[in-house]
Design a protein around this ligand. Structure first.
Ligand code: NAP
Length: 327
């Protein structure tokens, strides 16, 4: 019997990335036609290797397009024929550049390029990968529970990555309101994304908070606590937001329950994976930290999304990096 979804085409931008490749994997597993963009077609093989590791052997439903967030080339071709676009790509370096525009410009202008091309091609809905960075960096009071109503103040002084995500999400909503012409937008705001690296494709979150801790590169625990979410659940929530009639015009925080400090992450690894922790440092707190509260109620209620625990996400990262000799 033919899969009912065979004819629905979805574009995933940033197929070379940690989240991008997991998203492509789930879409292919569910029978979609998938297009993906990457900055250079030379990186196509790394995507194929990762998807093979995820169990894909038939690549006839996946096609590749070279497109960069910083110029117009090929975006029209990439979105052509797509019902949905999942705009995942955005620069996410492990270290912030000196000039914030290195991140802000590709994040904002790239999102606008993808939205314009999608509108002009008659795409039904774009799901934009924003971040908790666009939600939770302007309130620093202990008892606040962060929800989708909260916004990081774009006019405040912010680290470049946090600014890039806030500016890009704001620009996307403004575009939809002023010139969307019926194009729908849903936004996902993930906290720190962990879970298994497919085909050795990691991202700054794994490099800093998993490899960094296990290799002993980190000696102290910064004063913040972080939300944790599994990449498999973040891919899944993008697909839910793509399909749910109630998701249009909405943003959704994607987080497992609870938050952790880097000290907590180290303690988890020592308890559950002592064989990996020979190099781990004490991870003493630099200063007083309090445990942020971040709600995932909206995604649970509207999208029926049930994320894995933060422990499962972090241990899956550690196991996949170990298996891949990246630690
Ligand atoms: P990642 O592995 O670094 O993925 C980033 C992707 O964006 C890569 O495919 C990268 O392509 C692409 N990209 C960067 N600059 C580009 C440009 N100028 N033109 C075209 N593509 C470009 O990180 P990730 O964790 O999967 O991030 C995916 C999305 O999730 C991003 O929007 C990020 O902000 C968001 N997010 C991540 C986390 C987290 O903790 N990981 C948390 C919240 C939100 P190359 O391979 O060519 O560099």
């Amino acid at each position: 019997m033919e899969n009912v979804q065979t004819k629905t085409t979805v574009l995933v931008t940033g197929g070379t990335g940690f989240l991008g490749v997991h998203t492509i994997l789930q879409l292919l597993q569910q029978g979609y036609e998938v297009k993906t963009t990457l900055r250079s077609l030379a990186k196509k093989d790394s995507i194929i290797k990762a998807l093979e590791e995820g169990g894909i052997s038939d690549f006839s439903h996946l096609s590749f397009f070279e497109a960069d967030l910083t110029n117009d080339n090929n975006w029209d071709e990439a979105v052509n024929g797509c019902k949905y676009v999942l705009h995942v790509a955005s620069p996410f370096p492990a270290q912030d550049p000196k000039d914030e525009n290195e991140l802000v410009i590709p994040a904002r202008d790239g999102a606008l390029r993808v939205l314009k091309a999608s509108r002009d091609a008659g795409v039904k809905r774009v799901v934009l990968t924003s971040s908790f960075a666009a939600v939770g960096y302007s309130i620093n009071t202990e008892n606040h529970i962060f929800t989708e109503e909260d916004w990081t103040d774009v006019n405040a002084e912010l680290p470049p990555y946090i600014k890039s995500k806030t500016v890009a999400e704001k620009a996307a909503w403004e575009f939809i309101e002023r010139e969307g012409n019926g194009l729908e937008l849903s936004v996902i705001n993930p906290v720190g994304i962990f879970g298994p690296a497919l085909g050795g494709i990691t991202s700054a979150s794994l490099d800093i908070a998993v490899s960094g801790i296990l290799k002993g590169n980190l000696e102290y625990t910064p004063t913040f606590t972080m939300g944790v979410v599994d990449v498999r659940d973040v891919a899944a929530i993008h697909i839910k937001a793509m399909l749910s009639p109630d998701a249009a015009g909405q943003r959704f925080i994607a987080t497992a329950d609870g938050v952790m400090s880097f000290y907590d992450v180290g303690e988890l690894f020592k308890k559950e994976r002592p064989q990996y922790t020979a190099n781990i440092k004490k991870l003493e707190p630099i200063g007083k930290e309090f445990y942020k509260q971040i709600s995932n109620e909206k995604a649970r209620t509207i999208l029926h999304w049930n994320p894995r625990s933060r422990e499962e996400a972090l241990l899956a990262s550690a196991d996949s990096l170990m298996a891949d000799s990246q630690i």
